[in-house]
Design a binder for this molecule. Structure first.
Ligand SMILES: C[S@@+](CC[C@H](N)C(=O)[O-])C[C@H]1O[C@@H](n2cnc3c(N)ncnc32)[C@H](O)[C@@H]1O
Length: 407
């Protein structure tokens, strides 16, 4: 519902929306910047919270730029395209700083340093949703599909593949993984026209339907920091390959690994971090819940001729406790890179009780990172270093790396 009322934008929410007040209601508005006056189309309302996108803007902020995508503000994929890139970085620094202050009650001395990335088409994995001859991402705050005609943050060929698939009126989701100019496709449901698809797109080397290989190779391959990695359809891999090398370099810098040290890499995915630090330590134990990822990690150590990594399938909390308490393993350092929900109190307790000297925590959610860091700080650890990496330009997401040391 459109409105001619203009609202003053008072803040930017953690997910990049302009915040306005309308009586006792709060509105979150896409394509809005603090201090601008905006009129809004509201598309969703629940209780006293509503969501909309701006249609007219007065007092355009000096940080405003023309969005690079025709679908911006409707599409749920990007939230910050209307903001100059250096301001996007400042937004992410402030977001981490404030999460530490508000949630962790931790005062960082200043906004943490961030490594930016101004290259487009960076995503190496994208999931499309298709129905009724339409394919694309979901609209912001909804499950309606946008008929995606272009997308600046993923390889251009993905849109061509999507156009091809939707022509056959495929229904369901499909995921495209892009690594070193090769493509793996994972369909949720049956897609009948595989022969035409692979003929039209010779860079496709592997096609799955859910977990079942239906055409081509079992893996797609990536190279990082002089290591080769095999990736299977369900395995986690960092979304921005180029920035991942920077991220892992920061992890190694923070860890300062030594030749006689034993390190745990918890939530290790396909073993990328463990393998990248393996030349500098005595042993790394990688722990991961997803058994396909651990199978990939095992293969990855073989193809890279690495012999000092061990892999364990299981819940990181249970496994770390078992390794420390039952198996009496002594770790010099722990790396943890959990999903958005962060780790558990029990995981932190195991680390704290055994007084592991160095903890390098990688996180894509500043709120849970701040929460978990505060528990470490209450238990004898100091926060020694923090650095951010922009893995997801034009979105509100940010990756943080923290070094905690037992004092
Ligand atoms: C953010 S990814 C990090 C992967 C890896 N460190 C990397 O850089 O590619 C988080 C990983 O944690 C795994 N995971 C989720 N819950 C887990 C749990 N309870 N215990 C162990 N691993 C878990 C996921 O399968 C995923 O591979």
């Amino acid at each position: 519902m459109a409105s001619d009322i203009f609202y003053k934008v008072i803040d930017l929410s953690h997910d990049g929306k302009g915040v306005i007040k309308d009586g006792d209601e709060i509105g979150f508005v896409s394509n809005a910047i603090p201090n601008e006056d905006i009129s809004v189309v509201w598309y969703k309302k629940s209780k006293k919270i509503k969501f909309g996108y701006s249609i007219k803007i007065e007092n355009r902020a000096k940080e405003r730029v023309e969005p690079i995508c025709e679908h911006f503000s409707i599409c749920g994929g990007c939230q910050l395209q209307h903001i100059k890139y250096e301001e996007q970085l400042r937004f992410k620094q402030k977001k981490v700083f404030e999460a530490f202050k508000r949630i962790g009650k931790i005062d960082l001395v200043e906004n943490p340093e961030i490594v930016g990335f101004e290259i487009l088409n960076y995503r190496n994995k994208s999931t499309f949703f298709a129905q009724n001859g339409v394919a694309g991402f979901y609209k912001e705050e909804s499950h309606d599909i946008i008929n995606l005609k272009s997308c600046q943050i993923q390889p251009i060929i993905n849109i061509e593949i999507s156009n091809f698939i939707k022509k056959y009126r495929y229904i369901g989701s499909f995921t495209i993984r892009n690594h070193i100019d090769k493509i793996m496709l994972i369909f949720e449901n049956s897609f009948k026209n595989i022969d035409e698809l692979v003929k039209k797109f010779p860079d496709i080397i592997s096609i799955y339907q859910k977990n079942r290989l239906i055409w081509g190779e079992q893996y797609i391959t990536e190279k990082l920091l002089n290591f080769k990695f095999l990736i299977s359809p369900n395995s986690f891999f960092q979304i921005n390959t180029k920035q991942t090398e920077i991220l892992y370099q920061i992890v190694a810098d923070f860890l300062t690994p030594l030749k006689n040290e034993v390190i745990a890499d918890c939530y290790c995915g396909t073993g990328t971090i463990a393998l990248s630090i393996s030349p500098f330590v005595k042993k790394v134990i990688g722990v991961e819940l997803n058994k396909d990822s651990i199978l990939d990690a095992t293969q990855n150590s073989k193809i890279n001729s690495v012999q000092n990594c061990e892999w364990i399938v299981g819940d990181a909390t249970t496994v770390i406790s078992d390794l420390i308490k039952t198996k009496k393993e002594i770790f010099d350092g722990v790396i943890l890179d959990p999903p958005r929900a962060g780790t558990t109190k029990e995981f932190i307790n195991s680390v704290v009780e055994s007084k592991i000297k160095k903890v390098v925590y990688i996180s894509c959610d500043p709120a849970t990172l701040a929460r978990d860091c505060s528990i470490f700080l209450e238990n004898g650890y100091g926060l020694k270093k923090i650095k951010l990496v922009d893995m997801f330009p034009h979105t509100y997401h940010v990756e943080s790396v923290v070094l905690l040391e037992y004092l």
